[in-house]
Structures are given as structure tokens and as C-alpha cells.
Design a protein around this ligand. Sequence first.
Ligand code: HPA
Length: 277
Amino acid sequence: MNPVYEKLERSYESFRRKVSFEPKAAIVLGSGLGNYADHIRVVQELDYHEIEGFPVSTVPGHAGKFIFGYVQDVPVVCMKGRVHYYEGYPVSDVVLPVRLMKLMGAQILFLTNASGGINPAFHAGDFMLIKDHISLFAPNPLIGPNIEELGVRFPDMSHVYDPALQQILKDAAAECGIALQEGVYAQLTGPSFESPAEIRMLHTLGADAVGMSTVVEAIAANHMGMRICGISCVSNLAAGMTDHPLTHEEVQEAANVAAPKFTKLVSTAVGKFGQLL
Ligand code: HPA
């Protein structure tokens, strides 16, 4: 059997020995946004290190656990802390959590992240609906023998971010009185922030925001036929767009400031996911 799939099955079996909850939607919380999990009606929690084969995050601000519960009536699994490629894991491990959440039962995947704003109309603290993405430098997670049990060899990528879910996010933002930018998210590997020349390149390529996650997860989830949506919290303007250096603390601080609005937006949107389930 494919070793990546074998590992996934082992993780899933180890997980199911501990949790019987069946989520319908999965939420991945980005840098500094992890406190959203406090707003879920929690049924159970499971630390990542309790799951066989699960890659455990090493980044401060990325506490590692699954939280199971309800947002309104929607059963969800929430990842408090994700795994990044820059931590040194093979990309197949980076996407293992997303694949695992699909096996748990999640049909919808809501990806969130913090990003650097490239679009000159963006400001720190803005939220951006992810309309599409650009994958740069992190390997495609589908490289290697195709896992037929999960999806096809050559998945279409024309509509990775589900149009109906995008509409739900826009409706939720309007309902909450929260301005929502829209744009294309580019994933680079990190962990260094980009150089100003790289930001100019990304702007030319059509990226509106840049970060170090999300795209590989979206590729793996799209392969499995999940319905995907994403919101990026623009925590800072990208390198070279202001005259001060970037720090991880600035990213976390901006996410903390954005947290109340983020919580409202995510809860309202996830409540509406019920329409599609
Ligand atoms: N670049 C890359 N990743 C990020 C940034 C950035 O400016 N801000 C938050 N995550």
C-alpha cells in the first residue's frame, strides 16, 4: 500500500480509538487566531501528540490540538494550531491533518491564516476572502504515487474555493458589518519573511496577500473533493511596503486585535454552512 496512505490510516485508527464525534465541517485556525476555539460549544478535545503519526507544531502561538463541538448546530472539528512546511516536515505530513479531518467526516474545510498584504488597497487588520491561490516553492502535496482512495491523479483546480461558500462568507461579513476584501493568496515556504523584491514579483504575478500556509492544504483537500473556503487576516503590509521590519510578534498582535471581528465572522459563516450540509 502507498506509505502516505498507510500512515493516514494508522493516524485515523488511532484517532477513532479516542474520539467518536463526527464533524461535518473543519476549521483551521491561523497564526494568532487560535482563540476562536473558545467560542465553540466544546464536546471533546484531543492533543495532536495523542494521535499516532501526527506531526506536532513547534511554532509559538500554534498550540496543537483538535477541538470538537458545535458552532450553532453545525458539528465541527477545529484545528488549534497547524503544521507548516518550514518546520521541516515532508509536505505529505503537512497535509495529513486535513486528510484526517476528511476521514473524520468533514465535507467543508474553512481555512484561515494571517498574511502580509500586497494589494496596495489593503490595510493591516483587513480580512480577505480567498478567491484563488498561487503555489510557489512548497512542493505539491500530491507528488508521489496517487492515493486512489482519496482522489484522482490530475485534479481540476478551476474552483478550489467553493462559490457557494464564498457567497456565505460575503453574506456573513455583510450581516456582521465587517468589510471583506477579496483576492489571491500566495504561499511561499517561509520561515523568513519575503524580501521587497519578492513582494514586487508576487504583485506582478497577481497575488494580493502572502503567507506560509493554506495552499498545500487546499490542494490536498480539493483532491479529496472537499468544499473549501478561506479567509486571510492581513496582519501587516508585506515587506518593502512600510519602512519597519516584520516580526512574528507583530503578526500575532494584529491577529489578537482582529480576533473579536474574526470570531463574529467565522461563527456567523459556519452557522450558515448548515444550508449546504
Ligand atoms: N509574509 C508571509 N507570511 C506572513 C506575513 C508576511 O508578511 N504576515 C503574516 N504571515
